[in-house]
Design a protein around this ligand. Structure first.
Ligand SMILES: [Fe+2]
Ligand SMILES: [Fe+2]
Length: 393
């Protein structure tokens, strides 16, 4: 018979008590003073406490649930319960017993370890080759001035998406010669289905399938120098969906990639212009929304002329000479307005800068005027049209 377990005792304490009881042997009666000599004060105290609690087991039959507890005996009356005595000795390992028969499948069902290692080596070589292909991409631009409208996060399926401004932007790009779009990421909300954000699907009127239809519409609505995949585009493994949509719709896109895009815009009319665009740049300052972009310019591994950031739903347009190079820093606010999350967190919602447009005139003799920025897309279209006419004359 083993000890009757008590919920109030820790398993390791019960194990110690059990060991003590078994070490004391099969004799039924042990005076308390003898226990203390044998076990030491602490263990004897614990054993006495146990025996006081279990005194009810000194009956002919094991206690049943609900059995009334008898009055606690004094220490001198304590005994080792007959129910606490050691059970029969378990059979030793040396005794003859069963033997495991090897299962033949164990040896034949698994891929030989040499093959697993060879496959892993080949896989690493492929990963290394793929990593070597990542990096700046060159895009051949047409002669003359051109413009790139850097659209901030569209969040097309969000109830707060500023559709009038989005339509004005897309139509202006499509209607203006030499003007191209650039998508900063977070095209759809595409709320993650595996976490607490999943509940937000219920808060928007646009269904998931309609959200993808709108995304497909945007892909074909303008030519895109780059199309970024932001954090929302990567949830639910949606990056595959964007790639496949771009492929089947034959969308005109220079580069489609997640998080980080580096472009060299090669022009026959003047110097190459480098753009480093990220859905977000590391680093943030409450005093300067261009902080992360400037940080990349100062300490990054790829010097660029234009740094374009998104994600934070704030806008900034700033130019300066830094590190011996004239730099343009822009962050587009995006089209999400009336943002409950921003309101609840106390962020001030900005009104301007859903899209920031860079008008680039490669032939401009002064490098500071080679890249100009406009906060209004139609103003940018007019400036570009005038510049193109001027250069063509
Ligand atoms: Fe984002
Ligand atoms: Fe966003």
């Amino acid at each position: 018979m083993g000890l009757i377990a008590s919920d109030r005792w820790k398993p390791e304490t019960l194990a110690q008590v059990r060991a003590d009881l078994q070490a004391l042997g099969p004799d039924a009666y042990r005076p308390a003073t003898w226990l203390e000599e044998k076990l030491g004060r602490m263990r004897a105290e614990r054993l006495r406490y146990w025996l006081r609690e279990q005194a009810v087991h000194e009956t002919q039959t094991p206690p049943e649930a609900g059995h009334p507890r008898p009055p606690a005996p004094s220490d001198d009356d304590l005994v080792i319960s007959r129910w606490d005595r050691a059970g029969p000795t378990p059979p030793s390992e040396s005794r003859p017993g069963f033997a495991r028969v090897p299962i033949p499948e164990d040896a034949t069902a698994e891929e030989p370890i040499e093959d697993v290692i060879a496959r892993s080596v080949a896989q690493f070589a492929r990963e290394k080759a793929r990593a070597a292909t990542l990096g700046p991409r060159q895009i051949q631009m047409p002669p003359g001035p051109y413009a790139i409208a850097h659209l901030g996060d569209p969040h097309l399926d969000d109830p707060g998406c500023d559709w009038p401004e989005l339509l004005r932007t897309v139509r202006t790009i499509a209607a203006t010669a030499g003007m191209y779009g650039a998508n900063g990421g977070d095209t759809n909300n595409n709320w993650s289905k595996s976490g607490r954000l999943a509940g937000l699907w219920a808060e928007q009127g646009t269904t998931e399938s309609d959200a993808w239809r709108i995304g497909r519409w945007l892909l074909g609505a303008a030519p895109w120098v780059y199309w970024m995949l932001g954090n929302h585009c990567l949830w639910n493994d949606a990056s595959r969906m964007y790639r496949q949509l771009a492929e089947v719709t034959n969308a005109k896109i220079g580069v489609l990639a997640p998080d980080d895009i580096r472009l060299e815009l090669v022009s026959p009319s003047g110097p190459t212009v480098r753009i480093h665009a990220r859905h977000d740049f590391a680093g943030h300052s409450m005093y300067n929304d261009a902080h992360g972009l400037k940080r990349a310019a100062l300490f990054g591994d790829w010097p660029a002329d234009i740094y374009a950031g998104f994600h934070r739903h704030v806008a900034v347009a700033h130019q300066e000479e830094s590190g011996g190079r004239l730099r343009t820093f822009l962050r587009a606010r995006g089209f999400k307005r009336f943002d409950d999350y921003a309101r609840s967190k106390g962020f001030v919602e900005q009104e301007h800068g859903a899209v920031i447009t860079t008008v680039i005139d490669p032939a401009c003799t002064h490098p500071a005027d080679r890249v100009r920025m406009c906060w209004d897309i139609e103003e940018a279209a007019e400036m570009l049209t005038w510049l193109r006419r001027r250069r063509a004359a």
